[in-house]
Design a protein around this ligand. Structure first.
Ligand code: AMP
Length: 286
């Protein structure tokens, strides 16, 4: 694996690959890698001549400064995992490289995300998706991939980035691929934030997956409003602080209370276990 910290060095290498007509897959991450990330690398390796993974903890997307300072850093292990997965290039830029000069991380940006930005993660993490779009735009301009790999674990983020790719409308077309959520054997969605859970919290965290399964299992038996309320009560009893438990149209994230029995639904959960915020989702009628 080749590691680049500077855009100029990365560009020199990429120019050669582009001239050879090689197809490139790109996997942006914030590090503290787990098998969920590696599954994206594997998906990219199957469909491209080479794969670039970026590792950059983006200050612009953290609405909570505490969450930013406590974000896990496991660089040595990340490099070993990427090597073992056969990743070709690791792009490891500094904050200055991504946001040079006066372009402070809090610079005002305004991507037209519409309704998507007003609900769920957008509502509970103001400015978060503007920060995500800002770094993803920058990374896409730098890397110029053919294929971009994202995890369904961050369902709304996938929708936002797909929208961003449409807005940016690059000459070089970027195909967005959404890969399934990878889970621990007990169902907990793999997440870098799981590293911040103590033993007792880690055990309790499986209730999120259990709740999603419960929602899915009850879909045809009960009213959606009742299912949602029951899921909320279940999580509250298990000691979570809830940001949201929602059942929504999977195509646009509009909440659904009366289901026509046909449209694709997704259940989405965001909760705090003490200080750690966890999100997960499940497509309900697949
Ligand atoms: P992050 O490092 O959290 O910014 O995530 C980088 C990419 O990995 C994003 O596209 C995430 O959606 C994806 N990802 C994170 N966790 C998982 C998981 N458990 N399964 C699949 N993809 C994931």
């Amino acid at each position: 694996m080749i590691l680049f910290k500077k855009i100029t060095d990365l560009h020199k290498w990429l120019d050669v690959q582009h001239k050879k007509g090689h197809r490139m897959g790109f996997v942006p991450t914030m590090g503290a890698l787990h098998y969920g990330h590696i599954s994206l690398i594997e998906a990219s390796k199957k469909e491209n001549s080479f794969t670039v993974c970026s590792l950059f903890i983006n200050p612009a997307q953290f609405n909570d400064p505490n969450d930013f300072t406590k974000y896990p850093v496991t660089l040595e292990n990340d490099i070993m995992m990427l090597e073992a997965a056969g990743n070709d290039v690791l792009f490891l830029p500094s904050v200055k490289e991504i946001y040079p000069g006066d372009k402070a991380t809090n610079i005002h940006t305004n991507y037209e995300l519409g309704y998507l930005e007003t609900v769920l993660e957008g509502k509970f993490r103001p400015g978060h998706f503007q920060g995500v779009c800002r770094v993803v735009q920058r990374l896409l301009e730098i890397v110029q991939p053919d294929n971009l790999y994202l995890g369904q674990k961050d369902y709304q983020q996938c929708m936002v980035i797909s929208r961003l790719v449409e807005i940016l409308n690059f000459d070089r077309k970027i195909n967005v691929h959404i890969c399934p959520t990878v889970r621990e054997t007990d169902g907990l969605a793999m997440s870098s934030r799981n590293l911040r859970l103590n033993k007792e919290e880690r055990k309790r965290a499986t209730e999120i997956y259990r709740c999603l399964c419960m929602i899915k299992g009850n879909l045809h038996q009960q009213d959606l409003a009742i299912i949602r309320k029951e899921a909320q009560t279940h999580l509250e009893k298990a000691g979570f602080k809830i940001d949201y438990v929602e059942i929504a149209d999977a195509g646009n994230l509009f909440p659904v209370t009366i289901w026509n029995g046909k449209s694709q639904l997704v259940a989405l959960i965001a909760v705090f276990l003490n200080e750690v915020r966890l999100i997960d989702n499940m497509l309900l009628n697949q």
